[in-house]
Design a protein around this ligand. Structure first.
Ligand code: HEM
Length: 213
């Protein structure tokens, strides 16, 4: 037992040390600096809110199946919620990443948060693409037939087969949303760990332009 206690430098000890960075104050802060009142800091939360709507409506669509969502009534309504949720998600995500870019939000140890954001964006685009292919109408078929040449040309059409509805639908409703939720969760945990990025100082020259305070 004592040899276990003194064992340092293993991955369990490293993970514990990392997890100890998360206190209730950092995970669920009750106060934020005054600059967080700026609307710029709300774009991430609006992106997250849209993602919740997209995932919730997607679960209802998957539970009821394609006949339901193509039949006028509740199915078409929930499909509309899902579709417009995705439009809002991308709208707010582009606002969010543009704002973070001009705020230089990778500063002061936040590079990991930025990289996880970039990965979330990439996975979101692929998820949306597989969604368009899964609608089950002529729109999907046209996109499948047009895009297959691009994937064949890139040499990955044999594995990522856009004409294989089972594969594309499985990616859309299970694999890609799970990956996205994990990435967004890690993104948010890092935001909490570092605290919200401060704005650049008014006089950029005074700190060499790096925004260090
Ligand atoms: C799935 C999409 C995303 C969600 C749900 C999301 C959510 C959030 C939230 C809630 C915050 C904290 C509040 C804020 O500053 O707005 C945040 C911060 C941040 N996001 Fe995102 N984000 C997403 C995508 C992105 C993308 C695409 C980028 C950049 C390429 C990015 C970069 C950042 C950075 C660098 C921060 C830290 C800023 C800070 O510390 O104040 N995020 N994100």
């Amino acid at each position: 037992m004592s040899s276990r206690k003194t064992a340092q430098g293993n991955w369990t000890a490293a993970l514990r040390a990392r997890l100890e960075d998360f206190t209730w104050d950092s995970l669920l802060p009750t106060e934020q600096p005054i600059y967080v009142r700026s609307v710029v800091y709300s774009f991430g939360a609006l992106t997250l809110g849209s993602l919740v709507l997209v995932v919730a409506s997607g679960i209802v669509l998957a539970a009821n199946g394609p006949f339901w969502w193509q039949t006028p009534g509740a199915g078409v309504f929930v499909r509309g919620l899902h579709y417009w949720g995705v439009q809002a998600f991308f709208f707010f995500m582009i606002l969010h990443l543009t704002a973070q870019f001009f705020m230089g939000s990778w500063r002061l140890g936040r590079a990991g948060t930025w990289v996880l954001g970039v990965l979330s964006f990439a996975v979101s685009v692929i998820t949306a693409f597989t969604g368009y292919l899964s609608r089950g109408d002529f729109f999907s078929q046209w996109n499948q037939v047009q895009s297959k040449d691009a994937f064949n040309g890139a040499g990955i059409g044999g594995w990522f087969n856009v004409l294989n509805n089972g594969q594309i639908y499985g990616l859309h409703i299970a694999v890609l949303p799970a990956v996205l939720v994990v990435l967004v969760t890690l993104h948010l945990l890092l935001v909490r760990r570092h605290g919200v990025v401060p704005p650049y100082p008014a006089d950029h020259q005074s700190d060499g332009g790096e925004g260090k305070r």
